[in-house]
Design a protein around this ligand. Sequence first.
Ligand code: NAD
Length: 478
Amino acid sequence: MPYPKLKMLIAGEWTDGHSGKNEAVICPADGSEIGRVPHANKQDLNDALESSLKGFNTWRLTTPHNRQAILEKTARLLEERFEDISQNLTREMGKPIVESKTELQVAIDLLRWYSEEGKRIYGRIIPSRFPGMQHEARKVPVGPTLAFVAWNFPATNVMRKVAGALAAGCSITIKPSEETPATAIAIGKAFMDAGLPAGVLNIVFGVPSEVSEHLLNSPIPRKLSFTGSVPVGVHLQQLAAKNLIRCTMELGGHSPVLIFKDADIQKAAQFCAAGKFRNAGQVCISPTRFFVEESVHEEFVNAFKKHVDSINIGDGLDPSVNMGPLVAERRINIIDDFVTDAVSKGAELIVGGKRAQSPGSFYQPTLIRNVPETARIMTEEPFGPIAPTSTFKTLDEVIDRSNSLPFGLAAYAFTQSPKTARLLKTEIESGMLAINSLHIHSVETPFGGLKHSGYGYEGGIEGVEAFLATKYSSEIFE
Ligand code: NAD
């Protein structure tokens, strides 16, 4: 399956837009140009906004039953196109093909779950203190929505926004990452082929800061949902404030992993290594700081290293590969600097720590131990394949250290003690916590962060709620 021709979706039409500008899409496995993605200019963005208003007025009046039928048809089309979409996802993003397939399946599951949930948007009748009066609170779609998303999950990052918005009855204009456009376009094609009315979904690309500034300056959007880094999230929230646009912010993380001496250390190391190097560590909920109780540190590091040694790096299209390249060449130096900095401050490099091969933006899976708190990797999100370990002595100490950063997205703990587990559930400052596994989200569960990791949720009933507003009315008849 060749990499497709890349177009934007504006007002129901696939278009190159009016700017005449575009940019290269690079395959991270070999550095070659595989396509060119068009850029929108102001006219294109205005067309998208106007069509999204029209689309909203059509879609909000479409019954939930009929919306669900279109979303279900989209899910079936994505299943029919599953192999081609997965291959192109790996081509543009680099992750192993098995991970692309898992991701696409989760995107389809999300779509199905949201599409059914859209039928269950209920209001409530509130008993009145006045005779004969009735109070009603009803849920309505919040309005035309904007979304900007990162490149690390080209299918699910897009689907979490689009399926949630459409299930709630909103229209949505999304700017996926210019680095991974084909997956978003394939999703858009499936929606259009399933009969989604024009303007209900628009897909645009361009210079991110220019696109967001223009779109957020318009009075049309009523909601922004963003997935990306903390600084960009803060910037977009400031732009959204001007028009009082509601926001959902899915931002960066720096997940602590607490490994207690009463845990099954071999299993913990196996789960942690698999989780750390999934998508080459380019995951917002990636386990990032490994705090290991002193007496089991040696055993944990040895077991972890064994798993690192078995990782096969290469082009993600090769089915025997279990770790692909970083998304782009620009990430190599960023990752390398984290390792150099930690080692210069006294950490011990156990395995990895270098660029793996070239061409392609490959970096070795890396394990460093006894990493001091002053190393940058202990406070800044690395977003790459590096696992730093450090030891702890007491429960209070490890809780304090886990909560010491401004991030609060995910946290993990391995312990056989229900008492410790219960305490962590109340004391760890993160939106999500997994005990004795790295399984931290499902389509039915709320995904979101605390503190600088953002606010608002995707998935679960909260994911639909994010695109709803509440309207109150009262009535009284003589
Ligand atoms: P980034 O914030 O620089 O970019 C993320 C995406 O936002 C890019 O693909 C880009 O297209 C877009 N973008 C950048 N500047 C923009 C602007 N001014 N206006 C509109 N869009 C803009 O982040 P990155 O380093 O490329 O991506 C990784 C970050 O995303 C990490 O911090 C990671 O933790 C976070 N992330 C969070 C979640 C979550 O659900 N919490 C999920 C995936 C990634």
